[in-house]
Design a protein around this ligand. Sequence first.
Ligand code: S3P
Length: 169
Amino acid sequence: MEQRNISIVLIGMMGTGKSTAGRWIAEQLGYEFVDLDHEIEVAAGKRIPDLFAEDGEPAFRDLESAVLAKVLSCSKRVIATGGGAVLSESNCELMKRQGWVAALTAGAESIVERVREDQGRPLLAGGDLELKVRTILEERKDCYRFADVTVDTTGISAEEAGRQILMHY
Ligand code: S3P
């Protein structure tokens, strides 16, 4: 496979398997894997639910943009972004300019099954999980369209999604 060096940026809704696919791709290419949510937690010195609860979502988004710019400054990385990193147009422009962008999608039912046991996502906490997932999917349906490639992960493993992404890289 031809090695392009440009960092791969994975975007997509929560529960589409960005982190698992990203780790697998990084291993195949010998690239460094970067989980944006983890880097945000390191920078903030607290977990994401605490960051949302104590400082609010706007503070989280500001930090997300700052950390994204920092991690995109190096090539040969696979960066798994948080599902909302695409809400900022300047983040999207930066991803396009500095990286090769792959979007992961999935149907609402698959997403609900994948995120059900995870307590770490404040936007999905409490209330009707399926309604929340469907609402956010609808709100963001156009936000992931700028990607260089899109892979539907419904019914396939994250590794298979990674394999499909690499076929286009
Ligand atoms: C968010 C997605 C999360 C995390 C935060 C907000 C979102 O990341 O960044 O809870 O707005 O979609 P994952 O997509 O990795 O779950």
